[in-house]
Design a protein around this ligand. Structure first.
Ligand code: FAD
Length: 497
């Protein structure tokens, strides 16, 4: 009888679980995670000021009920619309709620659901669809293993990626390595501190917003010194505008090969995007973007554009994400490095754009003089508790004093690899690429040592080499469903397995 293990019980794990229950693919389902089922890393916040940067419209874990999250919020008595950017803890609660609901449904169907509070260590293949899962030992829970017939890895991103220059201070009490959970970060910072937040993207912005709100003086520092773009909503697109084949032809690297880029390639991308936007949006597309050269000027203009309803580019972000993922999905080879890096940076600014309510807060804090954003790379840092601001941090030829440092510099892209002793392992920093498990367009894993087609799958961030944008819920839910549908088409495993 089929025994399915879902490793990682965040949003991707819950979406996979629900799809598995609905499709009836297994008689036993194990949810494996050292943390409670539901919130995962992205939605385990508690602060009301930590918002989603995607609208309620795109946040269902039921692939065929796109407004399921809205319905849940309404049942909970939380006033919102499909456009709203709600606090992230509400998504965590929604995921936990739907897990409980579908667990009950599974039991009614005679399916056994077991939560295993352990950390996955390795998978050993004993034969076709005979997998032994091994767990990390802990003093409280002696490690044991589990035999299953199918596995879906939903383990999200790796640990926070910290800047090397700060390495000597990683264990210092006023060097905060991860801004989440935000309550723990805030509890570690004395009142009215001068705080350096390393980073200027979404987790750095979350940190800056709660720190400024609580009366701290904040400097954000990143090499670009730029914020993401601003959007008033992130909804499913009204129609398909981006065509996979067209994107693929623009992306084709031509004679230069994948890793070298002629300047003209960047402009080819820009031309293609402007053509698609011109064809599909009513407003003059050039009026939808800010051309200001300062961070404050750009933020101000982008807030105004978003508030006026002119930022119609935002309607096609979801469509683009699906189209680009489809392109990567069809190809025999990964498209790693197939975008011009300058253009990829530009695209990410819009794909990971800021929610308008957060942009307004940033603007207010900058105008009130409690927040500043700087571009630069740290050349040196040191700590001494004998001066008023214990941290001295140098960049741009100047030394700046701070009481606390918060690193919000992103996460490692973890990968699954084959170890030398023939076990599938999670390489959390993604640095053992030489032995990486290949991810097929179906999201199944493949490796030369696998005897044949195995039932080992990837959803969310671990699917990244195959999926260009792997981890927004609007992508994760259909991907989970696709994986379970492919699993359903495999032959049933006999009772002996
Ligand atoms: C800070 C942040 C904010 C985000 N905001 C949004 C948003 O507003 N909207 C949106 O659509 N997307 C957002 N995302 C993207 C988000 O990653 C996805 O939407 C989605 O929640 C990813 O879920 P996941 O289950 O893949 O990953 P995660 O939420 O990271 O969950 C992975 C789970 O795997 C477990 N795990 C890891 N390693 C092991 C192991 N070895 N053994 C067992 N379990 C393990 C972890 O404990 C965790 O519970 C955000 C991401 C981040 C990091």
């Amino acid at each position: 009888m089929n025994r399915l293990a879902i490793v990682g019980a965040g949003a991707a794990g819950v979406a996979t679980f629900i799809a598995a229950v609905r499709a009836g693919v297994a008689r036993t389902i194990y949810m494996i995670d050292p943390h409670p089922v539901g919130p995962g890393t992205a939605f385990s916040n508690t602060d009301r000021d930590i918002l989603c940067n995607t609208s309620v419209d795109t946040m269902s874990v039921l692939h065929d009920v796109p407004l399921d999250f809205l319905e849940h919020l309404s049942c909970e008595g939380y006033a919102s619309t499909a456009e709203s950017f709600v606090p992230r803890f509400l998504v965590g609660r929604y995921l936990a709620n739907r897990f409980v609901q579908y667990s009950a449904m599974a039991r009614e169907q005679g399916v056994v659901v077991k939560y295993v509070s352990s950390t996955f260590k390795a998978l050993k293949i004993h034969g076709h669809r005979r997998y032994e899962l091994e767990f990390v030992d802990s003093p409280q829970v002696p490690s044991s293993s589990l035999m299953v017939t199918d596995v879906v890895f939903c383990t999200g991103f790796g640990p926070p990626r910290l800047p090397l220059v700060a390495q000597p201070f990683f264990n210092h009490s006023s060097f905060i390595k991860n801004p989440y959970p935000e309550a723990s970060m805030l509890a570690m910072i004395p009142e009215k501190s001068r705080v350096l937040v390393m980073g200027s993207k979404l987790s750095a912005i979350d940190s800056a917003i709660v720190l400024c709100r609580d009366g701290h003086q904040v400097t954000m520092l990143s090499p670009s010194g730029e914020f993401p773009a601003v959007r008033a909503r992130f909804m499913r697109s009204p129609k398909a505008a981006f065509v996979g084949e067209d994107i693929a032809s623009v992306m084709a690297p031509g004679e230069e090969g994948c890793k070298t880029y002629s300047p003209s390639l960047h402009y080819r991308y820009v031309k293609y995007f402007s053509k698609v936007l011109r064809q599909n949006i009513g407003k003059d597309w050039s009026q939808q973007f800010s051309y200001s050269s300062t961070v404050l000027g750009r933020l101000k203009e982008e807030v105004e554009i978003a508030e006026s309803g002119d930022s119609q580019w935002q309607e096609y972000v979801v469509d683009f994400m699906h189209a680009i993922n489809g392109v990567h999905n069809k190809e025999d080879v990964y498209f790693d490095g197939s975008f011009h890096p300058r253009f990829e940076r530009l695209l990410y600014r819009y794909i990971t754009a800021l929610a308008l309510p957060n942009a307004r807060k940033l603007l207010k804090y900058i105008e009130d003089g409690v927040l500043c954003v700087q571009g630069g790379e740290i050349s040196a840092m040191d700590y001494s508790d004998r001066r008023p601001n214990a941290w001295n941090v140098s960049w741009g030829g100047e030394v700046h004093g701070f009481d606390t440092i918060v690193a919000a510099t992103g996460y490692y892209q973890s990968r699954y690899v084959m170890s030398d002793d023939g076990r599938v392992e999670l390489d959390v920093t993604g640095e053992r690429g030489r032995h990486a498990i290949t991810i097929l367009p179906s999201m199944a894993g493949a490796h030369e040592s696998f005897g044949g087609k195995e039932s080992i799958w990837f959803v969310g961030a671990p699917a990244r080499p195959r999926v260009w944008v792997p981890n927004a819920l609007v992508v994760v839910t259909p991907l989970a469903n696709q994986v379970i549908e492919s699993m359903r088409q495999l032959p049933r495993v006999g009772a002996a397995a």
